[in-house]
Design a protein around this ligand. Structure first.
Ligand code: CO
Length: 458
């Protein structure tokens, strides 16, 4: 029996362990080997990689994608897209979503995993439709979470909805690594029995359950699992590629992976990992098993963000309190899954509640927008008293927020003018305006420097 493995070292592992700070030059030398290893796909773009390229690494994210594509020619390239939020934290108009998807595929992406933080699929419809139209593989994702309102029936209903939208495959996205092996078995089995699409499971090793959960998921018929090469595996990252391959092979499954090449890839990434540990970017804390997450359901990225934020305000001693406040805020918000941007919104509000010593003394703009319905429909009942406090007599919206947004692409293209070299630049500018502008200036200056250098040399 065949089980497919997706490698996440370039995106999710990079994002979960080292806040997406790996520059292209750190992995350029191993891309051809990665292409030869026999992976189902390589997750390498989207999520936080785009932001990080522009903000911290002075890299053009589009150029990074093209360079990856020029070296990974056989294996499918995969990205993570936050539905109507694209790769950021607010809703964009449909014309921008469509352009982004179109250009992502044109520049080399094959599979687009598309999710909405609230599992409000009105917010992924346009991206799914455009992916299919542009000839890509549209993978609809369901954010997995545990709450009184999230049960097997609910997940099957969500899966059926995705199937009805015409997606090519369905991913269960367990961003917190809280799914247990039995839950995985029951869920995957139920989905395989009712839905006629490949089922993908995505989890993290945060709680230590990851590898066992994957194994049981495969036993239930799971088609694809996401793993990270061992140097960048474990903890808040994915379970190790090599270990899963070994265990599955021993039990008669075929992954198609070449063990010798996997070892070469891992040997390549070991010194990269050491470099990030030495510079302090990789905090060994995130590499261990953190079983508190089974109670708090805090995803990997969120946990490392919370720690660094609390460190900055000299209040790391409040971590335990903040972790206890998170589930309470979540209940008030109708149990949104803790995935970006909801993880940040809930995390920030919980931190404010703790640091100010009084709950909701200050309410963030984002929580206000959430109650207004700007992020979509809350999965469950929201705290009515709190909504009244925030909205007063204002009615929350029932339509899709993006329906209220004017097309933006052509307007932005005019606005940025010659600083944008192509439509991809315009998209970078629309999504991260000041950061993209700063990057364009840097790019121009460094190009000018190169020209000067060449002239002097001649
Ligand atoms: Co993830």
């Amino acid at each position: 029996m065949k089980v497919n493995i997706t490698e996440t070292v370039l995106r999710d592992a990079n994002q979960s362990l080292i806040a997406t700070r790996m520059p292209f030059s750190d992995f350029e030398g191993i891309l051809e080997k990665i292409d030869d290893a026999g992976y189902h796909s390589i997750e390498c773009w989207g999520g936080a990689t785009f932001d990080s390229c522009l903000r911290y690494l002075n890299e053009d994210p589009w150029e990074r994608l093209r360079k990856i594509k020029s070296k990974i020619k056989k294996t499918k390239l995969q990205m993570l897209l936050r539905g109507q939020n694209i790769i950021a934290y607010k809703h964009y108009p449909d014309d921008v979503v469509r352009k982004f998807v179109e250009h992502a595929i044109q520049n080399g992406i094959d599979i687009i995993r598309i999710f909405d933080a609230l599992n409000d699929f009105r917010n992924i419809e346009v991206a799914v439709e455009q992916t299919l139209k542009s000839g890509g593989h549209a993978q609809g994702a369901i954010c997995y979470t545990i709450s009184p309102i999230h049960n097997l029936e609910n997940y099957i209903k969500l899966g059926k909805q995705l199937e009805g939208m015409g997606v090519d495959s369905i991913c269960i996205k367990d961003m917190s690594g809280i799914m247990g092996p039995q839950e995985a078995y029951d869920l995957i089995k139920a989905l395989k029995e009712t839905i006629n699409k490949p089922i993908v499971l995505h989890t993290h090793s945060t709680t230590g359950l990851g590898p066992i959960t994957y194994f049981k998921a495969v036993e239930a018929g799971c088609d694809v699992i996401d793993c990270a090469i061992s140097a960048f595996s474990g903890g808040t990252s994915q379970p190790a590629t090599e270990s899963l391959h070994f265990a599955l092979k021993q039990s008669g499954y075929e992954t198609g992976l070449d063990e010798v090449i996997l070892k070469e890839i891992n040997d390549f990434f070991k010194p990269v990992k050491d470099k990030f540990i030495q510079s302090g970017v990789l905090d060994p804390y995130v590499l261990g098993s953190e079983t508190d997450a089974l109670v708090y359901q805090v995803p990997g990225g969120m946990l490392s963000n919370l720690i660094s934020q609390l460190k900055q305000s000299n209040s790391l001693d409040k971590l335990a309190e903040v972790l206890q406040e998170i589930p309470r805020v979540r209940k008030d918000l109708g149990y949104p899954p803790l995935v970006t941007p909801m993880s940040q919104i809930v995390g920030a509000q919980a931190t404010t509640n703790v640091l100010l010593g009084e709950r909701y003394q200050s309410i963030s703009t984002e929580v206000k927008s959430y109650f207004r319905g700007e992020y979509g429909k809350a999965p469950g009942e929201v705290n009515a008293e709190l909504v009244k406090k925030v909205l007063g007599d204002e009615e929350p919206m029932t339509h899709r927020f993006a329906d209220t947004l004017e097309p933006e692409f052509e307007k932005a293209k005019k606005e940025i003018g010659s600083m944008a070299k192509n439509d991809e630049d315009v998209l970078s500018y629309i999504i991260f305006p000041p950061i993209a502008e700063k990057f364009f200036k840097y790019r121009e200056e460094s190009a000018a420097l190169k020209v000067n250098y060449t002239i002097t040399k001649v």
